[in-house]
Structure formats: C-alpha cells, structure tokens
Design a binder for this molecule. Structure first.
Ligand SMILES: NC(=O)c1ccc[n+]([C@@H]2O[C@H](COP(=O)([O-])OP(=O)(O)OC[C@H]3O[C@@H](n4cnc5c(N)ncnc54)[C@H](OP(=O)(O)O)[C@@H]3O)[C@@H](O)[C@H]2O)c1
Length: 342
C-alpha cells in the first residue's frame, strides 16, 4: 500500500483474464515471498480486539484464533447471533468474548456502535474489519447507497473516522494499535473509480455482481492506503494499518446464489476453496505478528506480501476518495466528531 513498503512478487497482475490466470498459477506454485506461519507462542494476552462479521466464515475463524492467542474480543455482528459468543468461548477456552450489535449497511447503526464504544471508554488495540457480502443484485442501504459500497467501504470509513476522533483508536508510536482490512485480490481487476459519479447507486443484475464487488474492494484498498498515509505522515508508525486477501474460502459468502446453483457450488467450494481456519492465517498474522506492529501499509494475498493495484496506491485517487467520502458521510457525522487526520 505505502510505496515505502512495496515489495513482494506480484508476478503479472490482474489487468485481464490472461494475466489474472497467469498470476494465480504463479501464486499457486511459487514459494517466493510466502511468510512462515505465525508461531503459537505469539500471544496478544489482554489486548482488546474488535472483529466485524464474526458470526460466520472467515470472521468466526479469526475470532476463535484471536481468542486462543489471548485477546479480549468484541464481536461486532448483526442481530440474531447470540449463540456465536458461546461457540467462540467453547472453541477457544477464552471467556473474554462479548457481542455488540451493528448492521454495517446502516450508517446510523454504525454510529450507534461508535457511541457505545466511546461511552464505555473502550480502547481498541486490534481492529479487524472483515464483514462482507456478495448480493445477487443491486440493493440500497437505508441511506440509499449500494449495499457493498456501504458495507465494504463507507461504513469502515465512518468507523475509522469516529474511532480516531473519539479516542477509541489512539495513535501511539510506542505501541501502535493495529487495523486490518479484509479486502480481496478482485480489487486488482476493477475498473478505475469513477469520481464523477462517486457513491451514486447503480442498478445491476447478477451478471455484474462481481464487477461491483471488485469495485467496492478497490474503494476499500484505496481507503486503507490513504488512511495509512494520513495517520502515519512521517517514518514513524502511529497506527499499523494493513489489508489482505484471504484467498477463496468455503464460507457463506455465496449464500444469495440462486437455488439451482447451490447444490453444485457448495461441493466445489468445499473441495477447492480454503477452509475459514486456513484462510484466517494472514488476518491473524497481520493482527499479531511482532514485525507487523512496526510497519504500516502491508498487503498480503494469502500468506504472500504483494502490492495493491496501482489505482489503490495512487495518492491522487486516495485524496479524492477521502474528500468525496467525507462529503457523503457529513450528514451522518456530528460536527464534533468530524475531526480526522489532515
Ligand atoms: N469467501 C471468499 O472466497 C472470499 C474471498 C476474498 C475475500 N473475502 C472477504 O472475506 C470477508 C468475510 O467473508 P466470508 O467469506 O467469511 O463470508 P460469510 O461467511 O458470508 O461472512 C460474512 C460476514 O459478514 C457479515 N455481514 C454481512 N453484511 C453485514 C452487515 N450489513 N452488517 C454487519 N455484518 C455483515 C455476515 O453477517 P451475517 O451472518 O449476519 O450475514 C458475516 O458475519 C468478506 O469481506 C469477503 O469479501 C471472501
């Protein structure tokens, strides 16, 4: 993300289907740049860790592994997932697990979560923004934004703005808190962001779902890069901000796929995709590895460090995205809460 930290193989890229397949094959068979697994001795005892979308798939697996490493967990999930707390306690043996309800498609709900964290004086050491979805077709959020734009990007933008302003995340060069965004390699093949129509709702059908998913993850990656630049303007790391693609996961992400596809899709996912437990590796690495606390702007594709797309790293894009999203969020953020990194 941060040009200072560009490294990793990035064989060819994702500009078209041929280069995307070449890159996938390269990634599959090359060991170059693959990070070693995180030692079980690396612990985060007593650190407060918030995870969004911890009710299913990757988020739940990450929650169990973070609890096993000693974190005090806040699971930020939609309503109706009370049983996940007990499941995570049982699976990890760690009882410091609580649930806070939030619907990230609704900016008012995201604001309520922020109010609660601020009022309770919670300070987050590790924040994992994982919640995501792949809707079958375009739907509007309560505020009228496209759902993936809202959940993958805009809600995270609001949460970070609020948490930095409210002191829920406190920049600290001695012990930088960490923010980990679950993105996707799909951002590499996205069309560029159309800043002339930024945030406008586009009605799309099943055929274009992937295109809009990729775009929403490009928004997220561009935001992660720009946030890292703004929070860490010099050499010193004040907040370690990282992102990753977990690779294909046998999760519930395809829950909205048509009924006739599901009986075919699920066995394929089970057979060829990674388990949520395996896919959690890079998330937990970025959240816990000692060396990741001294850097910011690292992007992992599974366990390999890479560069994000040039669009995501472009400073001009980052500035535009920052300013235009600040304007979109303005009605949902009280004046006193809008103080953010210059
Ligand atoms: N699966 C893949 O192949 C793959 C590949 C690359 C990246 N990813 C990314 O990995 C992340 C996790 O996905 P997954 O594969 O684990 O899928 P999943 O099993 O469907 O889990 C998604 C999680 O996000 C939550 N979520 C969705 N909409 C939400 C909302 N409006 N408010 C709050 N939470 C919401 C879900 O909550 P509910 O249970 O309440 O719906 C669930 O906990 C996503 O960001 C996804 O884009 C996945």
């Amino acid at each position: 993300m941060n040009p200072k930290n560009d490294s990793g193989p990035n064989a060819v890229g994702h500009k078209n289907i041929v280069t995307a397949v070449t890159t996938a094959i390269y990634d599959r068979f090359s060991n170059k740049g693959v990070l070693p697994p995180l030692e079980p001795t690396v612990r985060v005892d007593g650190k407060t860790c918030l995870i969004t979308g911890a009710s299913s798939g990757l988020g739940k697996a990450v929650a169990i592994q973070m609890a096993q490493r000693g974190a005090k967990l806040i699971l930020a999930c939609r309503a109706g997932h009370d049983s996940v707390v007990e499941e995570i306690k049982q699976a990890s043996g760690n009882h410091a697990v609580e649930l806070m309800t939030v619907d990230l498609s609704d900016l008012e709900s995201a604001n309520r979560l922020c109010d609660q964290l601020r009022d309770r004086g919670v300070i987050l050491d590790i924040t994992i923004l994982n919640a995501g979805l792949m809707p079958l077709n375009a739907r509007r959020s309560p505020q009228g934004f496209e759902l993936m734009f809202s959940v993958h990007f805009l809600a995270n933008r609001l949460l970070l703005q609020r948490w930095l302003a409210d002191g829920v995340i406190r920049p600290n060069p001695q012990r930088p808190p960490r923010v980990v965004f679950v993105a996707s390699e799909a951002h590499q093949s996205s069309d560029p962001i159309d800043f002339n129509h930024f945030g406008e709702f586009v009605d799309y059908g099943m055929k274009d779902g992937m295109k809009h998913y990729s775009m929403s993850k490009l928004h997220l990656c561009t935001f992660a890069t720009e946030l890292s630049r703004r929070v860490n303007p010099g050499k010193q790391v004040n907040v370690a901000i990282h992102a990753l693609c977990p690779g294909p996961i046998a999760s519930n992400i395809a829950r909205e796929s048509p009924a006739f596809i599901k009986p075919i899709l699920w066995p394929i996912m089970k057979l060829l995709f990674r388990s949520p437990e395996k896919a959690a590796e890079p998330v937990v690495y970025l959240a816990c590895a000692n060396n990741m606390g001294q850097r910011s702007g690292v992007y992992l594709h599974m366990m390999r460090e890479k560069s994000m797309s040039s669009d995501a790293r472009d400073a001009g894009n980052g500035k535009q995205l920052w300013e235009k999203s600040a304007a979109l969020l303005q009605p949902y953020t009280e004046p006193a809460r809008t103080t953010e990194p210059a």
